[in-house]
Design a protein around this ligand. Structure first.
Ligand SMILES: Cc1cc2nc3c(=O)[nH]c(=O)nc-3n(C[C@H](O)[C@H](O)[C@H](O)COP(=O)(O)OP(=O)(O)OC[C@H]3O[C@@H](n4cnc5c(N)ncnc54)[C@H](O)[C@@H]3O)c2cc1C
Length: 259
């Protein structure tokens, strides 16, 4: 059954990064507002074999709240119920957007420091595109590092947007600010770093590539991606003094698993 609070939204535009990896730009429901880093559930009504039924999954917004549309980055998970349908949508078709907002990976929960590290794998990039598109992020953290780990170079998406973070004055393109983009490609020989993120942290290569130190006083970390990567990185960073904010205690790291 389609839940109360779910609104049908029409696909306005689709950007195909590669087959099975797309950005979907939907019309924005009236009054829909969110904080960068949050996610909603997108649902479809379909016959999965036992008649028409409704299935919904969480997806992070990659657009910023002031955009006149709402955008998501979606990868097709083989055999997945919802993602495969989403990635083959065509403009004009609709899905359901459940307007309830979720998510605790919000930069304001870890104030302080000078450098914001956004560490992602796969579609874990999406919330960081939203967070870094917000000018307020750059007022709070003049130095930003964006790490995106993928299997193949064709999975490196949003590169034009990321380029703007480096050059435009509301982002890093002003005096006293800096931005480091560190793509990591693990299953193909490229000019990029090629080892998994935990190993790059252990070896010091991530800090070297970013030209920033991972230090618990000056760094704040947002981490989003596949659960194995998130766990390994979180465990490793714990030994360096990073921890999540908890029960009124300030922290310097927030992690979100994609499944
Ligand atoms: C907080 C949160 C935010 C999310 N944001 C996004 C997003 O921005 N973009 C996006 O594409 N997905 C995102 N996801 C994942 C998404 O919610 C679905 O899990 C995914 O699209 C698969 O749904 P499905 O119905 O196709 O697969 P299902 O029928 O639910 O089953 C597929 C199985 O594949 C596994 N799986 C899920 N996602 C992946 C993946 N990416 N790669 C490999 N295996 C996977 C899970 O174990 C799952 O049980 C997010 C998940 C969470 C919890």
């Amino acid at each position: 059954m389609i839940p109360e609070g779910a609104t049908a939204v029409r696909l306005l535009q689709k950007r195909i990064w590669r087959e099975g990896l797309v950005s979907l730009r939907f019309e924005k429901p009236e009054g829909f507002d969110f904080i960068p880093g949050q996610f909603v559930r997108l649902g479809i009504e379909k016959d999965f074999g036992e008649g028409l039924s409704y299935e919904a999954r969480p997806y992070s917004m990659s657009s910023k709240p002031s955009d006149p549309y709402v955008e998501f980055l979606v990868v097709a998970v083989q055999g997945g119920k919802v993602s495969e349908t989403l990635t083959v949508l065509e403009p004009g078709q609709s899905v359901y957007l459940e307007k309830e907002l979720w998510g605790s990976m919000l930069p304001k929960r870890i104030p302080g420091g000078r450098t914001l590290w956004c560490i992602s794998s796969g579609t874990g990039l999406a919330p960081f595109i939203s967070i870094l598109s917000d000018e307020n992020t750059w007022k709070e953290w003049p130095h930003v590092v964006l790490v995106h780990s993928v299997r193949y170079s064709e999975d490196l998406c949003y590169t034009e947007t990321i380029e703007k973070f480096a050059t435009e004055s509301q982002y890093a393109g002003s005096d006293g600010r800096s931005f480091a983009y560190v793509p990591v490609v693990t299953r193909e020989a490229t000019q990029f770093l090629s080892t998994r993120i935990p190993a790059l942290i252990s070896a010091g290569s991530l800090e070297e590539a970013a030209e920033q130190k991972l230090d618990p006083t000056n760094s704040r970390i947002l981490l989003c991606g596949n659960p194995a990567m998130v766990k390994e990185v979180r465990d490793l960073l714990k030994t360096k003094g990073f921890m999540a904010p908890r029960r009124g205690q300030p922290g310097n790291l927030i992690a979100e698993n994609l499944w």
